[in-house]
Structure formats: C-alpha cells, structure tokens
Design a protein. Structure first.
Length: 187
C-alpha cells in the first residue's frame, strides 16, 4: 500500500521542485518557449518515480510559474499558462504510476507532453522546418510539425537526461540517507 498523505515535508519538497523547475526554465530563457524546445527542466519530471506526489505537484506549479513569466506578453500565452502545467501533471502522474517500468513511464510522459503542448504551441510560434537537423515535410500541417518537434525534444529531456538523473538518485547510497531522514521515497 502506497502512503499518499501529503505532509509538511512533502510540501517543502514540492516547493523545491517548483522552484527548481521555474528557475531552470526562466534561466534557459526564450529558447525554452521556442517550437523546437529542449526544456532542460523537464528532466525533473521523471523524478516522480522516486519522490511521488511532491514531484508531481512541484513540476506542475513550477511550469505554471515559468510559463506565466515567459508568456505574459504573448497573445496566446494563456494556452501555455494553463495547458503546460496540465501536461506536466499528467506526465509526472503517469511516470509515478509506471515507476517500476521507468523507461516506459518516461516515453509515455514525453508523448503526453508532445501531444498536449504541441497541439497549441504552433499557435504561438511558426512550425519548425526540421527537428534536430532532420527535415520535416513542408506540406504537413503546422500542428503536426509542432507535435513531432515537442515529442522529440521531450523524449530527450525525459528518456535521456531525466532517466540518467533518476538512475543516479536511485542508488542505495542516496536513497538510504533520504529515507533515514524521514523523506518518503518510492522504490
């Protein structure tokens, strides 16, 4: 049975994840809001497999804060402010549910981000002509190009950077001290 009570330590950990996520996105700057984005902060989302609900809440709130900051002057920014955090919430929850199969969880989360964010991001930015150097057909609809681009970049953030971070933090030498200090970890 998984203990899902949200305690003060969970709130503190959520705040840390929210702060880290928002600061990483804001520091990455305008490139974090481009169509071909590799949002480095998304590497935190797979940590939901270890830290559970605090990560889910944290990366969602952090996304809201950073998207609100970056989208404030954009005409369609409300989509990014509302739907981006919802995508993070869904992706982190899926990763938490699939924590025994982390690669599948990371890939599923990347697809959720790609489908959700890609479905509206083309309204904010022109569609890409290529994804990391691979040409995309110019005849495809802009929304499809956006979905492909975001899914590809999210896959790198989740399944490469996030999974590597997850593996490092899953080591017994790290998990043991966290548990001994009363932090809930899901292994």
């Amino acid at each position: 049975m998984v203990d899902t009570r949200f305690e003060s330590r969970d709130l503190a950990l959520s705040s840390i994840f929210a702060s880290l996520y928002a600061v990483m996105v804001i520091l990455q700057g305008i490139s974090a809001a481009a169509v071909i984005q590799l949002r480095i902060a998304d590497c935190l989302i797979p940590l939901a497999a270890i830290f559970g609900p605090p990560t889910i809440v944290g990366v969602s709130v952090g996304c809201f804060v950073s998207n609100a900051y970056l989208s404030a002057s954009m005409q369609y920014g409300i989509y990014d402010i509302l739907l981006g955090p919802m995508a993070n919430l869904m992706a982190a929850t899926i990763i938490f549910k699939l924590r025994k199969r982390t690669l599948l969880g990371c890939l599923s989360g990347a697809v959720i981000i790609g489908l959700t964010v890609g479905s509206y991001l083309w309204l904010l930015f022109p569609p890409p002509s290529d994804v990391f150097g691979l040409a995309l057909p110019a005849t495809w609809p802009p929304w499809a190009l956006s979905i492909i681009s975001i899914t590809a970049s999210s896959t790198i953030a989740f399944a490469v950077f996030g999974l590597a971070l997850l593996k490092v933090l899953s080591r017994p030498s790290i998990i043991g001290p966290l548990k001994s200090r009363g932090l809930k970890v899901y292994t």
